[in-house]
Design a protein around this ligand. Structure first.
Ligand code: GTP
Ligand code: MG
Length: 194
């Protein structure tokens, strides 16, 4: 899947700029710096395809990538960002409008840091997805990072949050863009949504 046929299509700054809703798409949402862009690079096997960085607020547009017959969509993060408040509010609005108003969105992957688990801001997005009837699935990122009991605790907190949201898909995918853990599993899941 995806091999040799992944490319950047466009970065969108307003709903009017979205490409035609003519094929299935999945998107990657989550707090700033959680690893959305890195996950797209890992899934496509192309390191520099989506711009990743250690600076929260790196992705500032809704970025479309074509992968076979599906669009992968990299979203700006929510929560803290290294950018002026007004600018951040503009991307947040766009990100939320996209999540609630895209007819061809098959599933939103909601990325959650494996060290921390779901936070209140994640639950706000989960509630928005419930209201919009968009099925979402939690993906733990940076699974190479937690030590000791951190992962178990983060999973407990995340499962409890998912149980409060009817649009949640129950299964959590554990991934690392660094070691490649879980990437094949996630790729397989996306393939079933095409
Ligand atoms: P914004 O676009 O700012 O919202 O961030 P993002 O969610 O796209 O995160 P990005 O992919 O830019 O990654 C943020 C930082 O986390 C970068 O320094 C990545 O190298 C690092 N990172 C991402 N995924 C992993 C992972 O699986 N393991 C480890 N150890 N680091 C990761
Ligand atoms: Mg990003």
């Amino acid at each position: 899947l995806f091999a040799g046929q992944t490319e950047f299509l466009k970065g969108v700054v307003a709903m009017s700029g979205l490409p035609p809703a003519d094929r299935a798409e999945v998107c990657f949402a989550g707090r700033s710096n959680v690893g959305k862009s890195s996950l797209i690079n890992a899934l496509t096997g192309r390191r520099g395809l989506a711009r990743a960085s250690n600076t929260p607020g790196r992705t500032q547009e809704v970025n479309f990538f074509t992968a076979g017959d599906i669009y992968l969509v990299d979203l700006p993060g929510y929560g803290f960002a290294n950018a002026p408040v007004k600018v951040v509010q503009t991307w947040q609005r766009l990100m939320k409008d996209y999540l609630s108003g895209r007819s061809t969105l098959r599933r939103a992957f909601l990325l959650i840091d494996a060290r921390h688990g779901a936070k209140a801001v994640d639950e706000e997005i989960m509630a928005l997805l419930d209201r919009s009837a968009v099925t979402f699935q939690a993906v733990m990122t940076k699974i190479d990072k937690p030590r000791g009991d951190d992962l178990r605790r983060a999973l407990d907190v995340t499962r409890a949050a998912l149980a409060r949201h009817p649009a949640a898909f129950p299964e959590i995918v554990l991934t690392s863009s660094e070691t490649g853990q879980g990437i094949d599993t996630l790729r397989g899941l996306i393939a079933t949504l095409e």
